[in-house]
Structures are given as C-alpha cells and as structure tokens.
Write a protein that binds this ligand. Structure first.
Ligand SMILES: NC(=O)C1=CN([C@@H]2O[C@H](COP(=O)(O)OP(=O)(O)OC[C@H]3O[C@@H](n4cnc5c(N)ncnc54)[C@H](OP(=O)(O)O)[C@@H]3O)[C@@H](O)[C@H]2O)C=CC1
Ligand SMILES: CC(=O)[C@@H](O)[C@H](O)COP(=O)(O)O
Ligand SMILES: [Mn+2]
Length: 406
C-alpha cells in the first residue's frame, strides 16, 4: 500500500483525493492529513474514516479536534487510534515531512502559504502530487533547488496533468524508471486551455460592476472560491502559464492559452513535426488526482470517459487580452523570473480577498496586481527569507493601493 500524506484535506482537491483513495481499497494508506482548521467536523470525520494517525492544523484548536475525533469514534464504533495532532503555522510542513520516500504528498492547500509544505515534501524524496500551483509560482527557484530528482513533482492541476501525459511521447531521458520530460527540443508549443470563466465574451466595460456571486459561478468546474475567482479574471490561467513555464522549462512565448468553453480538452502539446496531442475527459479532477497518487500507473474507472454515442462539438476561440489582461502580465512576469512571480501571486491574493470582501471592484483585481508588479524591482531568490520579504512588500503595497489598512 502506498503511503499518502494529504495536505488541505477538507478542500475541493482534498475531499476528491479521499474519494479516489476510498474507491481503491488496499492501494493507499493515509498517514497524515492537514487543513487550516476551519472545518474541524469534516477533518475529524476524515481522520476516523481513514484511520489517520497524524493530523495537522494551522489554528490552535487541538483539544477541540481531539474531542471531535473521539466523539466520531464513539458514534461510528471505530476502534480508537493513538494519534498526534500538530498545530501552528508549520504544522502542514511538519506533516509533509513525515512522508517516506516511497510515498506521495498531495498538496491541496490553497495559496502561496502552501510553499513551506511543498519544500518540506520535496525534501523527503517522496513524490509531490502538486495541486497548489501558487507554491510553485511563488517559490519557483526554491522549489527547483529542493527537488531531489527529475520527475519528483507530478502536476495535479488539470492542464499540467494533461501536458504531462501528452509529453510522455517524444524524447525521454534514459535510465530512469519514471519517464522524465526532456523532449523539449521537439516541442513547438504547449497548448493551455481555459474555460474563459463566467465572463467569457464580455468586454472590459461590461466587467466594471460584476459581483462576487457572478464571479463564483464557474461554467464548468466546481472548485474552492479562490481558484474560482481566479478563473473569472483569467488570473488562474496567468498562474498556470507560469506554472507550465516552470514545470516544463519552456519559454513563456511557447505557451499558448486558448479558450475552450467546454473544458473537456485539458491542454496538450504541439510537436515540431506539426502533430498536436491533446488530453480529454469530461471535466473532473478525479483523473489528475488519481494520476498524482499512482503515477505512472493508471487506476481503473476513476471518472466517466467521453461518450461518443450522441453528437456534440467542442469550441475554441482566442483570448481577449484587452478585457482579460492577466495573461499578458503573466508572460512578462514569467520572463522576469526571480521574485516577480511571487509578487504577482501575493498581490493577487490580497486583491482577490478585497474583492470577496467588497472592498475592490472586479477590474481592480488585475489592475492592482499589475501596478504592484510594475513597481517591483525583480531580484534573484536563493533563500526562503528573501522570498518572504518580497511577499511582505507586495502584500503591503497591494493593501495600500486598495486603501486597506495593513
Ligand atoms: N479545486 C479544484 O478543482 C482545483 C484546485 N487547484 C488548486 O488546488 C489548490 C486547492 O484548491 P481547492 O481545493 O479548490 O481549495 P479549497 O479552498 O477548497 O481548499 C483549501 C484547503 O487548504 C486548507 N488550508 C488553507 N490554509 C491552510 C494551511 N495554512 N495549512 C494547511 N491547510 C490549509 C483548507 O483548510 P480549511 O478547510 O481548514 O480552511 C482546505 O482544506 C489551489 O492551489 C488551487 O488553485 C487546481 C486545479 C483544480
Ligand atoms: C480544474 C482546473 O485545473 C482549474 O484550474 C480550471 O482550469 C479552472 O478553469 P479555468 O480554465 O476557467 O481557469
Ligand atoms: Mn487548472
């Protein structure tokens, strides 16, 4: 049985990861769970149902969680298990550090806060099944330095999972058990699909007064609120462009976003010979999560496949960069590298929270991020401390621009 440490277990990715594990009895053993601590009832239920010995939460609520777990054990008649509950800002990274090198750490934490857990997971030598794109975007050079071997990161983000699958064609480094992507010289472009979000087709002027509720109505995916808002501004695709640049070591200009409203084609690779490989399934994160857990093996019957018994069609259209300027910014930021992507991500996190709190308009999100990025002088990042200082500056500057008290 493969050991799994699941970070962000109470979220959209976390709960779907446990669904995959539950549907594959005997294949996985969950040895640690982590969460922020906002949903202790669910976390306690997960800890009991999956007999998890280590639970980590950011908030100092160990006693409450312990009580809920005991109650749950009594209610369900499950045998009591000796467990440790870790709390604090480093709890999740500590949970990641418990994973053995043959195991897999799934990082389903939301936001740049997940970076220390990503680094800690890499240090163990375990596979890192990475959904938490912000940690890679913010900490690119550090993530690279902590990676123990090529292929240690298996992308869970649907687009990057698709590209990762498609890249198994082409040249591969020899002598490694896991196929490693080194066929870049044969790659002309990565095709990064985007649903277009709930405001696809709208012009900039139409977006002035859009509400949080409207931004949360994603047309094709049910996800956590932050990634859903990011999809509505196309900042999710902006983060994903940088994520693809870092994961697959391709020039930002060689990554082409395209709007595909149905979200059945999850992305792909255009090869030098003119051949285009795309990966498709009805929208479901279960497949990329399952691949993260078992790569390079595929589990059976993870999610429904495409059904060709009825007629249907798939559409594609170019991105409207005037209405949605996030991708143009991301290209520039990806080329700058160093501290620039961390600044973009940190400013976006502040602006998205301000939008959710009705303290910033929809267009103000990307406008604020651009302004903070424009003011930032990019520096090289070699230490976590340097990154934290840059992020602190970006957060404060975004707060100032938005008129928020720091
Ligand atoms: N949802 C999806 O379909 C997809 C998500 N992603 C990416 O995956 C990541 C997770 O997204 P999603 O599942 O939607 O987000 P959610 O908001 O649904 O879940 C976030 C999870 O992270 C936990 N968390 C927050 N802060 C901490 C912390 N400091 N330490 C430990 N855990 C913490 C939350 O705990 P609590 O409940 O206690 O707050 C929750 O379990 C994001 O980076 C997102 O961009 C990528 C592709 C698709
Ligand atoms: C499922 C997934 O990977 C999300 O990141 C998704 O891509 C969001 O949809 P958008 O294409 O609208 O950003
Ligand atoms: Mn995605």
């Amino acid at each position: 049985m493969r050991e799994v440490v699941l970070l962000g277990s109470t979220g959209s990715i976390g709960t779907q990861c446990l669904e995959v594990i539950e549907n594959n009895p005997g294949k996985f053993r969950v040895t640690a769970l982590s969460a922020g601590g906002n949903n202790l009832e669910l976390l306690a239920a997960q800890a009991v149902a999956f007999q998890v010995p280590t639970i980590a939460i950011e908030q100092p609520r160990a006693d409450e969680l312990g009580d809920l777990i005991r109650l749950r054990e009594q209610e369900t008649g499950v045998a009591q298990l000796k467990r440790q509950i870790i709390t604090g800002t480093k709890a999740s990274a500590q949970a990641a550090a418990t994973c053995s090198a043959s195991g897999v750490v799934v990082n389903g934490i939301n936001g740049g806060i997940g970076l220390s857990s990503t680094l800690s997971a890499l240090d163990t030598g375990a596979t890192l099944a990475l959904a938490n794109k912000e940690s890679l975007v913010a900490g690119g050079p550090l993530v690279n330095a902590h990676q123990q071997y090529p292929g240690q990161i298996v992308p869970v983000d649907s687009e990057h999972s698709a590209i990762h699958q498609c890249l198994q064609s082409g040249l591969h480094e020899r002598g490694l058990t896991m196929p490693v992507v080194t066929g870049r010289s044969e790659v002309r472009k990565l095709i990064l699909t985007a649903s277009g979000g709930p405001f696809r087709g709208k012009k900039r002027a139409d977006l002035v007064d859009v509400s949080v509720e409207d931004a949360l109505k994603h047309p094709t995916w049910a996800m956590g609120p932050v990634v859903t808002i990011n999809s509505s501004t196309l900042m999710n695709k902006a983060l994903e462009l940088i994520e693809a640049h870092l994961l697959f070591d391709l020039d930002p200009e060689a990554i082409e976003p395209v709007i595909h409203p149905q979200s059945h084609i999850h992305s792909g690779v255009l090869w030098n010979d003119g051949s285009l490989l795309l990966q498709a399934s009805p929208p479901s994160m279960l497949i990329p999560i399952a691949l993260g857990l078992s790569w390079p093996e595929r589990l059976s019957d993870v999610a429904p496949a495409e059904d060709f018994s009825e007629p249907f069609s798939w559409d594609f259209e170019p991105v409207d960069h005037e209405a949605f300027p996030a991708l143009t910014l991301a290209r520039q930021v990806a080329k700058q590298g160093g501290s620039a992507p961390a600044v973009m991500n940190a400013a976006n996190e502040v602006a998205v929270q301000a939008f959710r709190d009705r303290k910033c308009g929809f267009l103000g999100i990307v406008d604020t991020v651009r302004q903070v990025c424009d003011e930032h002088q990019t520096v090289a990042i070699t230490e976590l401390q340097e990154l934290l200082e840059v992020q602190t500056w970006a957060v404060k500057r975004a707060q100032q621009l938005l008129g928020l008290s720091a």
